[in-house]
Design a binder for this molecule. Structure first.
Ligand SMILES: C[S@@+](CC[C@H](N)C(=O)[O-])C[C@H]1O[C@@H](n2cnc3c(N)ncnc32)[C@H](O)[C@@H]1O
Length: 288
């Protein structure tokens, strides 16, 4: 598989987890990636090493916001635990370790674009995860989403949770490939396969203030990764979109999770705590 075929954003998240956290499977996954994509992983590791030197001293609070990668993961997992026993469809799972940590008889389907999901499957199998299902899926395509439902969740005995993190923020509010289209498709999926299921994501939050350093980082990131982020104005804007698309939703508190983040040994506790609202998970259910 060529470097260009695997998402650089997913690779970067995997590198951040391996470098700054003790999250399960983070180092193992990155180890496999280093052997599959030596040039790509080296470039990202060098970029992070440069960031360590350039930003850790100059702007330690902003630097500490790299904790988001573990913070959003834990917020999402916490929201999942509130739903209780459920089957899971993870959208845009990339190289996330979450699926590998579930092995208790639930159906867990990981999905992403074709190249990265086949790469993830290969790594997961080498790590012994035979319980997971992997599916190439673009959730903007409603028919593909519903066909995943028919393949894995028809007559489901448990509620289904649709989960994603680090996905929706790249898409605008309206249009064919928009947050609205994805959320609408998730609603149709849940109506069809699991009316008592849930939709969980930390992607609907926003950054209150942007320092010049963060603006510069945003500019560099969008240039390097050719991505653009479309954050919401505020919580209300996110909740309104969910409501208009047939969900009732709430942002879950996550400050109690901070002290258990393994990345705290690398980042400033106070700064991580102050930014916790930026990676809260939203738990949404179908409105009656
Ligand atoms: C920032 S990464 C996050 C990956 C993973 N959730 C994590 O936290 O590490 C974004 C992911 O979205 C996936 N993605 C982008 N556009 C997509 C689409 N239209 N359908 C499905 N996945 C998509 C990318 O392939 C990539 O894996």
């Amino acid at each position: 598989m060529q470097k260009s075929q695997i998402s650089r954003t997913a690779l970067t998240c995997a590198a951040l987890r391996a470098r700054y956290t003790e999250m399960p499977f983070a180092r193992e996954i990155f180890g496999y990636l280093q052997s599959y994509h030596p040039a790509g992983t080296r470039a990202i590791s060098s970029m992070l090493a440069f960031g360590d030197i350039a930003f850790r001293r100059v702007s330690p609070n902003r630097y500490s916001q790299l904790a988001y990668v573990e913070g959003r993961y834990c917020s999402t997992s916490d929201a999942l635990s509130r739903v209780g026993a459920c089957h899971i469809l993870e959208i845009a799972s990339g190289l996330s370790p979450r699926g590998l940590c579930f092995d208790n008889g639930r159906v867990y389907v990981e999905s992403d674009l074709p190249d990265i999901i086949s790469q993830k499957k290969e790594i997961a199998l080498q790590l012994g995860a035979k319980h997971l299902h992997f599916k190439a899926l673009n959730p903007f395509d409603l028919e593909s989403l519903l066909s995943v439902g028919r393949e894995f969740f028809q007559d489901s005995d448990l509620p289904i949770a649709i989960v994603h993190e680090g996905f929706l923020g790249y898409f605008p509010d309206s249009g064919k490939y928009s947050k609205r289209t994805a959320i609408r498709n998730f609603r149709i999926f849940l109506q069809e396969f699991s009316p008592n299921g849930a939709y969980i994501t930390p992607d609907l939050t926003f950054r209150k203030k942007k320092s010049p350093a963060l603006k510069l980082l945003g500019f560099l990131a969008s240039s390097i990764y050719r991505i653009r982020l479309y954050p919401f104005e505020d919580d209300k804007a996110a909740l309104t979109l969910l409501k208009e698309e047939g969900f009732s939703a709430e942002f879950l508190p996550n400050s109690h999770l901070i002290q258990n983040l393994s990345c705290l040994k690398n980042f400033r506790h106070a700064a991580v705590s102050a930014a916790a609202h930026e990676y809260r998970a939203c738990l949404a259910r179908l409105s009656c």
